[in-house]
Design a protein around this ligand. Structure first.
Ligand code: SF4
Length: 326
């Protein structure tokens, strides 16, 4: 059966953007495919960061993933830096990755434009991603549209390595994208993708009061100035959040109430708040239980590391042998 690899940066607790945009899909997919889920801390150090915060955030992310529904009895959850073969394979792939394609990666161009000093690690970030996936010879990677280009590079690297060192045989499969059905979740400012660094998120573990304090002033259809102005749901981020969180009948009702000015935006947000809590309360209950018993997270991660280390060693034995490396 096709194996899935998914990675997420250790940004601390999950927010509804990365939950609805990725993690909720992983929770569904873990029942359909063997799934490896990795907290990718090596990726988090390509831009400036605080080592102490990294430690805390890595753990918070693991706890959030388990609370969100990743089931360690079905899926494998671990932290990238606990399996050092990731960096070994990344170095090896650096020797076959085409420089021109790395420089053309849209994310590199965008991220490097925001940095005063650009590290080589930012450029070779997709090579490490290729190593993450191919170390476990994963066939499928759930991604959003913005990651498709990186995955194409993983296929190029797999193809080149296979051609050079595996006599053209598919030792490394060419991983295919599994496009995430959930839409790109915009932040509450309605300006950009939901992101912690932009301060436009709703945390999965925030209290109902904290969530409402953020939802209340959230941006809606900018043309709906007065309560009596009919709105256009499709241009409103609150409507898109309803589509991700509310039952179908409620979503239909929202569209009618909005376009006929039957509701004000606050009424609409109150209903969204209820839908959000219905989704988040079970997650928060699991998070509370995990916090009360911290050994659980440690044990899950240790067992994930043990399993992934075995798989990584198997892959690297073949890779080293084929490449004449001891
Ligand atoms: S009524 Fe709801 S969907 Fe319509 S503009 Fe207001 S918040 Fe958005």
């Amino acid at each position: 059966m096709s194996r899935i690899f998914s990675g997420i940066q250790p940004s601390g607790e999950l927010h509804i953007g990365n939950y609805l945009g990725a993690v909720r899909n992983w929770v569904r997919l873990q029942h359909q495919h063997p799934s490896i889920i990795c907290v990718v801390d090596y990726h988090a150090i390509t831009v400036s960061y605080d080592p102490e915060q990294l430690r805390v955030r890595r753990r918070d992310m693991a706890l959030s993933l388990l609370a969100a529904g990743i089931d360690p009895n079905i899926a494998t959850l671990f932290v990238q830096s606990t399996v050092p073969e990731h960096t070994e394979l990344a170095w090896i792939f650096n020797t076959v990755a085409p420089l021109g394609e790395l420089e053309r990666q849209t994310q590199f161009k965008e991220k490097s434009a925001r940095q005063e000093s650009v590290s080589a690690g930012l450029l070779t970030y997709p090579v490490l991603q290729a190593a993450d996936i191919l170390l476990y010879r994963a066939d499928l990677v759930p991604v959003g549209e913005d990651q498709v280009q990186h995955l194409e590079l993983s296929r190029v690297i797999a193809r080149r390595w296979n051609a050079q060192f595996a006599g053209g045989q598919d030792f490394f499969p060419e991983p295919q994208p599994l496009l995430t059905p959930a839409r790109r979740i915009m932040g509450l400012d309605g300006q950009a993708k939901m992101s912690k660094s932009l301060g436009n998120t709703v945390g999965l573990l925030e209290t109902p009061e904290q969530i409402w304090a953020k939802l209340r002033p959230a941006v809606t259809d900018p043309k709906r100035v007065k309560r009596t102005d009919p709105g256009t749901p499709e241009v409103c981020n609150i409507y898109h959040l309803h589509k991700a969180l509310s039952p179908a009948a409620t979503v239909e009702h929202v569209a009618v109430q909005c376009s006929t000015a039957g509701w004000g935006c606050i009424d609409c947000k109150k209903v969204l708040h209820e839908s959000m809590l219905a989704e988040l309360v079970p997650i928060q209950t699991r998070a509370k239980a995990l916090r009360a018993n911290p050994r659980t997270v440690d044990d899950v991660l240790a067992s994930g590391t043990a399993k992934c280390s075995r798989m990584a060693r198997e892959t690297m034995t073949v890779v080293r042998e084929r490449m004449g490396i001891t």
